[in-house]
Design a protein around this ligand. Structure first.
Ligand SMILES: Cc1cc2nc3c(=O)[nH]c(=O)nc-3n(C[C@H](O)[C@H](O)[C@H](O)COP(=O)(O)OP(=O)(O)OC[C@H]3O[C@@H](n4cnc5c(N)ncnc54)[C@H](O)[C@@H]3O)c2cc1C
Length: 698
């Protein structure tokens, strides 16, 4: 047993069973205990919720026992217990409690609901009408796709034409392109290639709801990150599932292993924001050094080589396109039909959300089976497309590409003249370090780890880190401010087919003077526990029969419209190295600091206003929005920390992703974004990586 942990707490489990069955009582569907919740609470009390039980729930149950006085539990009626629990929930008690009665009730309800709605195969799923099962066969052709093969650090050669660090969205595309163009390429990732079962289907531990952890690395062995406010007050985020850590998966494939795959292009105007809007005081809003037309051919190429389904003619306000999508959109669903009709009444244009998901068998892999477990998880039919299952397996066939797993870059190496010469790779975790030399080094570790690596790679010629002569590395950290609106309908709008996200409007981007805006779309199919956490209306009952009925009645009648507000960046929002905190391998951890520019609120407010209008026109009878925060965003859409630009004083790379002042150091991930658009970023990351890699190879 871990001595540092509080010991397992003594609890009267017969009392827990009675109480859990009042929080979720039996009706036509099982009660909490009938659904096996109490056994799972008991395991949690000795495991991930040990501290909660020791500090709050254990003492709370002892106090609850005292509230019952000498009454025999069996003689206490359900009504009596309900009245007592109502008083506890309201913070009222007859005897002194060692803990807050209201907190006890709220936390007990939370962990009970987690087990009732969040355990695999939970009774709560059947009750609300959620099923993770495939709705149609994937239809993968016999023979399947070419596999990806990887090796370990000790098997590497001494030298390659190029080393790409990070095999995620940007790095995967870059490595494949360089190998296809004839360079010998090492693509090194600190993670492993995880199989579908390894990623798993845990509704409480994934990249959508990380209540107790993630379903892919990083885990705590990756070390903490430090989060600081503008006044310099620091907090250490110890585990990567702390939202302040801002984690993306560290596995071969990076974010693409578990993403939703929304595959948006930026709009032409997004590349010239400073020209169109001016530069708000205190912000670092800037034009890109390239235009939409420069990137358009690469968007098209990625849509075909990695694989996007959609309808390129549907959306108003899109840039021109040289080619249609290679696959039609996924089949329509109920919510999309309802929202499309309403948008028509409002005079808005809508179209399918373009997705990096096969709508038909393609590339040796299946089509989307429309299961209920999409975003945050791997795909059971391999229909979700990323470089790891598309361009990389094809590039391996050239014989030019080597993919190293568990190969963490701890430092970029330079020679006596300060020129980049290779990479020091550690066989993770904590294994030996091997120096591998390279003609070119491409950094693609995502927008927090890339600046961390550059800043850590100091030498006499680059005492502040590589590419950081002007102090620009790590600045302009951004993500997306999410605007969330819900509406309840009289009849079901959620038909249960995944991935559900199907319809969007781009009419509220650059539509109101001075407001950047963003796209507005319907959300992915919700896991029931996420619905319980976030999507019940204000004031809805959560405990007792009324709480159970609320979930049953509202799960399929609630539409969730979300918008991604294009962020206005600031130079002071940044990644630096913590001077005090290091990971287990002695590398300083990333320190994130900043706060969103107040102007961002105008975009979020616009998207909430329009989301409300949309749901009202669709016939929703109760509509509400979540409050948003102007805390630093970063997160899963992190970008911007090694901005591309023509001026080395204000940017880190040139327009091709080549680091200023270096002839052979490149960045090809979300770090180079000047701004992040009012859309999810990944298609832009891949298109830019393709453009930069082709330039490098040329
Ligand atoms: C749940 C979820 C849903 C999402 N949905 C969408 C969506 O619908 N549409 C969209 O556009 N975007 C989406 N995203 C975001 C998208 O996945 C990211 O924007 C994208 O993956 C970032 O690409 P990148 O190349 O910058 O980094 P990544 O894809 O994160 O790749 C970085 C790679 O670098 C590796 N690495 C890091 N440090 C080192 C090191 N020192 N040495 C070696 N390797 C290292 C990591 O292991 C990782 O594989 C989603 C993300 C998540 C997690």
């Amino acid at each position: 047993m871990d001595e540092s942990q509080p010991s397992a707490v003594e609890v009267d489990w017969s009392l827990v069973t009675r109480v859990a069955d009042r929080l979720i009582p039996a009706d036509a569907y099982p009660s909490a205990s009938q659904a096996g919740v109490v056994g799972r609470l008991a395991s949690g009390s000795a495991d991930e919720n040990r501290e909660l039980w020791a500090a709050l729930l254990g003492p709370g149950f002892a106090a609850l026992r005292r509230e019952l006085g000498g009454c025999d539990l069996d003689a206490t009626t359900d009504d009596e217990l309900d009245r007592l629990l109502d008083r506890v929930a309201a913070g009222e008690a007859t005897h002194p409690w060692p803990v807050s009665p209201a907190s006890f009730h709220a936390e007990l309800m939370r962990v009970t609901a987690e087990q009732f709605y969040g355990s695999h195969g939970a009774a709560g799923w059947h009750m609300v009408g959620f099923s993770p099962a495939l709705r149609r066969p994937g239809g993968a052709p016999p023979g399947g796709a070419a596999p990806l093969t990887t090796c370990r650090v000790h098997e590497l050669r001494a030298s390659y034409d190029a080393i790409v660090i990070g095999v995620g969205a940007g790095g995967g595309v870059a490595a494949a392109e360089l190998a296809a163009r004839g360079l010998t390429v090492l693509a090194a990732d600190r993670g492993e290639l995880l199989s579908y079962p390894q990623v798993g289907k845990d509704h409480l531990r994934n990249f959508r709801l990380a209540q107790y952890g993630h379903n892919a690395p990083p885990d705590v062995a990756a070390g903490p990150r430090v989060w600081a406010d503008r006044e310099g007050n620091e907090q250490v985020a110890a585990s990567p599932w702390d939202p302040r850590w801002s984690a993306l998966p560290q596995t071969i494939g990076g974010g693409t292993r578990v993403y939703q795959g929304m595959a948006w292009r930026l709009l032409p105007a997004d590349f010239e924001l400073a020209t169109r809007y001016g530069v708000p005081d205190g912000s670092s809003l800037a034009d890109w050094p390239i235009s939409y037309d420069d990137l358009e051919p690469y968007y098209s190429e990625i849509e075909w080589s990695v694989g996007v389904s959609g309808d390129g003619t549907a959306h108003r306000n899109q840039g021109g396109r040289s080619r249609a999508y290679p696959m039609p959109p996924l089949p329509d669903n109920t919510e999309a039909a309802v929202l499309r009709r309403a948008a028509g009444h409002l005079g808005w244009s809508t179209g399918p959300i373009p997705l990096l998901i096969n709508s038909e068998p393609r590339d040796g892999r299946g089509r989307c089976g429309q299961c209920g477990e999409c975003v945050g998880f791997a795909c059971p039919t391999q229909a979700k497309n990323g470089p790891y299952n598309s361009v990389l397996p094809r590039a391996l066939q050239t014989g030019n590409l080597t993919i190293a797993a568990r190969a963490r870059a701890v430092r970029i190496l330079t020679d006596a003249r300060g020129r980049v010469s290779g990479v020091a790779l550690m066989d993770t975790p904590g294994g030996p370090v091997t120096e591998v030399s390279a003609g070119h080094v491409v950094v693609a570790c995502s927008a927090i780890e890339t600046p961390r690596l550059l800043l850590h790679s100091t030498c006499d010629h680059h005492p502040d880190g590589l590419g950081n002569a002007a102090g620009q590395v790590g600045r302009h950290l951004q993500g997306h401010l999410s605007a969330v609106t819900f509406g309840i309908f009289d009849t079901p709008v959620i038909d249960g087919t995944g991935p559900n996200a199907r319809i969007a409007t781009c009419d509220h981007i650059h539509s109101r003077p001075g407001v950047l805006g963003g796209f507005l779309g319907n959300e992915v199919l919700k896991l029931p526990i996420i619905h319980w956490n976030r999507a019940l209306p204000p004031g809805a009952p959560r405990a007792g029969l009324a709480g159970k009925i609320a979930m049953r009645e509202l799960y399929r009648r609630t539409s969730h419209v979300f918008g991604l507000a294009q962020e206005i960046p600031e130079a002071a929002n940044r990644v630096t190295l913590s001077p005090d905190v290091r990971d287990a391998q002695g590398v300083p951890v990333a320190r994130l600091t900043g706060r969103l520019h107040p102007e961002n609120a105008r975009s979020a407010d616009l998207l909430i206003e329009k989301g409300t209008e949309w749901l009202a026109a669709a016939g929703a009878r109760q509509i509400w929005s979540l409050t948003y925060s102007l805390d630093l965003s970063a997160g899963q859409h992190q970008a911007g920390t090694c901005r591309m630009g023509d001026d080395p004083a204000t940017s880190v790379t040139d327009r091709w992703g080549r680091v200023h002042g270096h002839d052979n150091l490149w960045i090809m991930d979300g770090s180079v974004h000047v701004s992040n658009g009012g859309f999810n970023p990944v298609l832009t990351i891949m298109a830019l990586a393709l453009r930069s890699a082709r330039h490098l190879a040329g």
